[in-house]
Design a protein around this ligand. Structure first.
Ligand code: P6P
Length: 334
């Protein structure tokens, strides 16, 4: 019988490899894993909302059913608050940083940046969606309430980052700086099981993922790169295959496993693009680098960009190093 490694066992085993680990990070990662199981359950019956009288109606306790992204946000905030290992949260769903100001959370060493349900507009068409998270050590004084500055750190200070993809199966993929590992949820027993150990980008790839309906608004350099992807050159595997789901976690996950570049460029109308630096780009950039790839804003390493505000946007290119370096070449040249 093959040995089964659960997420909990894996996190604890990894903790033993980290010299000054106290187990707090272990607990916070488990808190995130628990919340994602509740989100998995609700996402998987989303299609039945009307039939089951779920979303937008009252449930048996007379509570108003929430939109799934609000539900997901509530689940992660509640789990992190109850776990007591997190002092503050920056969430895509909340304008301001959530300071967990209580006697237990004020003593916590970590803060979390999260997009609780990215791509939630795809739910009604049954397209994969995801949660994206990253964990930082707070800089403010332990014992006192955390503050926004604890979330405005460069990505090089990330302690752990990952995503959950709610697709044909639910997978949690994360790194603590010792490689990237993927765990598939077995809903029959409610356990995340190690299914994708040591995920690495292929050396290069032949998939490019971009919303080409923005083509007329792209800078010339991006138009030239897309043309490069279309050219017929069997030596470099071109023309590349275009794959774009419009759900970042799903696009990133596919390209991570198969080899491909994900692009969300800035445009003439929106020079900083759409994706948020803190809770979308930086966690994914940490995953990319830990998987042997690269992530940039076209010229700067994403992890070295110091955010000025929690919801600021950034152009975003992520994939095998050679593919990201190629688009950076086009951007430099034009
Ligand atoms: P567009 C989903 O709304 C999202 O934030 C990401 O998950 C996805 O990559 C992007 O927006 C898609 O945006 O403009 O291509 O529809």
């Amino acid at each position: 019988m093959t040995t089964i490694t659960t997420l909990t066992k894996f996190i604890i085993d990894q903790q033993h490899e980290i010299p000054d680990a106290s187990g707090d990070l272990t607990r916070i990662l488990n808190d995130i894993g628990i919340a994602s199981k509740f989100v998995h359950r609700e996402v998987n019956k989303a299609g039945l909302a009307d039939i089951l009288g779920l979303e937008g109606t009252e449930n048996v306790q007379g509570e108003q059913q929430k939109k799934l992204d609000v539900y997901a946000n509530d689940q992660f905030i509640s789990a992190l608050k109850a776990g007591g290992q997190c002092a503050a949260i920056a969430s895509e769903e909340n304008e301001e940083v959530i300071i967990l100001d209580n006697s237990i959370s004020n003593k916590a060493k970590y803060v979390v940046a999260i997009d609780p349900l990215d791509g939630s507009s795809n739910i009604e068409v049954n397209v994969s969606i995801g949660t994206v998270f990253s964990i930082y050590k707070r800089k403010s004084e332990i014992g006192k309430p955390a503050d926004e500055s604890d979330l405005l750190q460069p990505g090089t200070d990330i302690v752990a980052a990952g995503y959950v993809i709610y697709g044909s199966s639910t997978m949690l993929v994360y790194t603590t700086g010792h490689g990237v590992n993927g765990f598939t949820l077995d809903p029959s027993v409610g356990l995340f099981i190690l299914s994708h150990p040591n995920i690495r980008y292929p050396e290069t790839g032949n998939i490019y993922s971009v919303n080409e309906s923005n083509h007329i608004y792209f800078q010339e350099s991006i138009k030239a790169y897309i043309q490069f992807c279309h050219e017929d050159d069997s030596n470099t595997g071109r023309p590349y295959i275009t794959r774009y789901i419009g759900s970042m976690v799903a696009d990133v996950h596919r390209n991570l496993l198969l080899g491909g570049i994900f692009l969300y460029p800035g445009t003439i109308k929106k020079p900083n693009g759409k994706l948020r630096l803190l809770y979308e780009c930086k966690p994914m950039a940490y995953i990319a680098e830990q998987a042997g790839g690269k992530a940039s804003d076209g010229s700067r390493r994403i992890l070295e960009i110091h955010p000025d505000s929690i919801h600021q946007r950034s152009p975003f290119y992520m994939g095998p190093t050679k593919m990201v370096e190629k688009i950076e070449e086009f951007i430099r040249f034009f």
